[in-house]
Ligand binder design. Structure first.
Ligand code: ZN
Length: 268
């Protein structure tokens, strides 16, 4: 953990310091070696929140974009007594989880139902093939009338499939802990998949890291989601109309063909 309670204050680890776990209340030891990131650990490396994953530099870089009060917030389900540490919880009630390691679908589902209002930020650098797949899959990103919004015709071919059944927005970060100045580098953008599809197509929104942070800090994430939802409805409407027109056209053509053959028969 990045923070422990020292005199009831959220405190970062410093050499020799002792603090208390904000989840279980037991004593924590500051680990300030040269290799791993400075952090707090339970004695015997016990973990009291089974959802906690060891932090990478990538986790820390992301968390540092937000106020300290919003980082590592303990959330409590009063009915079940369950407690978990949210990576970020904004004052607007949005939970942002930064996920580096693989997550089984059943675990993802239980976290989504615990946190409810959640956005996943997934480290896309863990498996090299995930970025290669996006680069190849670009041909399946179709422009819409809205800048930065795409329809992806075969999302399973473009993104890690384990995340595609999520009920929450998934933000893939292929940049990792590095930075890039190359404006043509796809990794400069975050790839956000909206959880509801239009037929077989996924809605993809690309945005910069800075824009994502700004949206989250200003509490504007629901506004974006709402706009995408409206976009989805209108796009679905257009598709339905096109389908109906096509069906109508087929019906008219069939009718014409039928009449043509009837007339032909009458002539003989
Ligand atoms: Zn604990």
């Amino acid at each position: 953990m990045k923070f422990a309670l020292v005199d009831n204050n959220k405190t970062a680890a410093t050499k020799g310091a002792k603090g208390f776990c904000p989840v279980c209340g037991s004593e924590l030891i500051a680990k300030c070696g040269n290799i791993k990131l400075h952090h707090w650990a339970h004695k015997g490396n016990r973990i009291c929140d089974p959802w906690w994953e060891n932090e990478t530099e990538w986790h820390r870089l992301w968390k540092n974009n937000f106020p300290v009060d919003w980082q590592e917030v303990i959330l409590h389900d009063e009915q079940t007594g369950e407690k978990h540490i949210a990576d970020i919880r904004t004052t607007h009630g949005l939970v942002i989880e930064f996920q580096h390691s693989h997550l089984k679908p059943e675990e993802r589902i239980s976290r989504e139902s615990f946190y409810k209002n959640i956005v996943w930020v997934v480290d896309g650098t863990r498996l090299k093939r995930d970025y290669d797949r996006v680069v190849k899959g670009q041909v399946k990103f179709h422009n819409t009338n809205n800048k930065g919004i795409y329809l992806v015709s075969d999302p399973e071919q473009c993104f890690p499939s384990a995340w595609l059944k999520s009920s929450a927005p998934i933000v893939f970060d292929f940049r990792g802990a590095e930075s890039t100045n190359d404006t043509n580098d796809l990794r400069k953008s975050l790839f956000c998949l909206y959880p509801v599809r239009i037929g077989q197509e996924s809605i993809l929104v690309t945005m910069s890291h800075e824009f994502f942070v700004k949206l989250s800090i200003n509490g504007e994430w629901p506004v974006l989601m709402n706009n995408i939802s409206k976009f989805r409805q209108s796009w679905q409407y257009i598709k339905d109309m096109q389908k109906r027109q096509q069906e109508n056209l087929t019906f008219i053509r069939l009718n014409q063909a039928l009449r043509y053959h009837q007339n032909k028969r009458r002539r003989f």
